[in-house]
Design a protein. Structure first.
Ligand code: ATP
Length: 361
């Protein structure tokens, strides 16, 4: 029997609570089938909470979520709710800084039954986005209010970059063992123009030398972005600076069917927040048509992470069960509108739950 795990839930705004409900229904059914023991505590945070309280997340909630074994987050922020400086409410970014979640793991695998515009058939990549520095480094820099110019600072540190690249090479090894992928890491940068990126490449080269069994290359971000479209099969693990990663991970998601099927995990050595790559999608919120697959696959990533951290094979079995049931539902054509289907959020949820028993993890 698996030990008990405390899961912090942050449903957030827009479609966040809708996809969270779906993922929880799947997780609770799986917990029954696999005799797992989870307790859940829900916390308010995001744009709706900001409107009530003037805070994007309370200091108490920020502390409490860090004590949980893992955090599941729906989506946060609404274009209609902004801080006085014009930016959106984004406690998920504050959480990255608070807990030193320096990397976002964004697997983009082409799944059977999911329509794609690419001619490639074997897309199986992991985009790793740095989360705490790069072009977000100066987020809290004080600068004079001006109508003439405004700047953002791009900072790269050796300490964070080394951790990031060690993680990338480690992931390449793990994926090779798990999926038979080549064991290869690509750095995307702008080392030909930006000094910060020339430094990033130097650190990458240093770390690559420590992993001779893993192949590596370095491509400029502009050409590398094109290759997501023209030759996505060339990528295994892709690692890059914060904003480059923000953009390229969504291009990669687009290649494998869109944001509705793109999960993610924001990690440090000790903490992790699991959330879909998509935002709050206000255009479809409240209609019951959001695709819950990205959130459900993020829950699968949470079970895998907890399993590895606590050496708990029951959780690994449960993660496999949910992944297989989700893939089976997609293969059987249970697709939401973003994938060209007519299924509702609850149709997809039920279809996955119905298939859970077919798979023994
Ligand atoms: P953010 O910057 O907060 O990540 P975003 O600008 O990337 O947000 P999203 O909220 O992710 O925007 O939505 C982008 C588009 O993708 C919207 O048209 C939205 O309807 C669609 N979309 C996003 N997530 C889903 C989903 N789970 N199911 C269906 N459509 C989705």
């Amino acid at each position: 029997m698996s030990r008990s795990y405390e899961i912090a839930l942050l449903p957030g705004d827009g479609i966040g609570p809708e996809v969270m409900d779906s993922a929880l229904a799947v997780l609770k059914q799986t917990a029954q089938l696999d005799d797992l023991n989870f307790t859940y505590t829900e916390y308010e945070a995001g744009a709706n909470y900001y409107q009530k309280s003037g805070m994007s997340i309370s200091p108490e909630s920020m502390e409490a979520v860090g004590k949980a074994d893992a955090v599941l987050l729906g989506a946060m922020g609404l274009p209609s709710v902004r801080k006085p400086d014009g930016t959106e409410i984004a406690p998920q970014i504050d959480m990255r800084e608070h807990y030193g979640l320096f990397a976002s793991l964004r697997p983009c695998h082409l799944l059977e039954g999911v329509p794609t515009r690419t001619k490639a058939t074997d897309v199986k990549m992991l985009v790793i986005r740095e989360l705490t520095e790069g072009l977000f480094a100066g987020r809290h820099d004080v600068q004079p209010d001006s109508d003439e110019s405004m700047s953002d600072r791009l900072t790269i540190t050796r300490a964070t970059s080394e951790k990031l690249f060690e993680l990338a090479f480690d992931q390449a090894k793990q994926r090779r063992a798990k999926y038979g992928t080549p064991g290869h890491v690509t750095l995307l940068d702008k080392a030909n123009v930006l000094r910060s990126n020339a430094f990033l490449r130097k650190v990458f080269d240093d770390v690559a030398k420590r992993h001779p069994s893993i192949g590596s290359d370095r491509i400029y971000i502009d050409a590398g972005s094109m290759m997501f479209v023209t030759n996505p099969e060339r990528y295994d693990v892709v690692v890059t600076e914060n904003v480059f990663g923000d953009i390229t991970s969504e291009i990669a998601a687009g290649v494998v069917g869109g944001l509705g099927v793109a999960p993610s995990a924001d990690v440090s050595a000790t903490h992790a927040v699991f959330q879909p790559s998509h935002g709050t999608a206000p255009d479809i919120a409240g209609k019951g048509i959001a695709n819950p697959v990205a959130m459900i696959l993020s829950t699968v990533m949470m079970l895998e992470w907890l399993s590895e951290k606590h050496q708990d094979l029951y959780l690994l079995a449960a993660s496999k069960r949910i992944r297989s049931a989700t893939e089976a539902a997609l293969k059987d054509g249970v697709l939401t509108g973003d994938l060209g289907g007519k299924a509702s959020t609850s149709d997809v949820t039920s279809a996955i739950i119905e298939r859970l028993e077919q798979f023994n993890g």
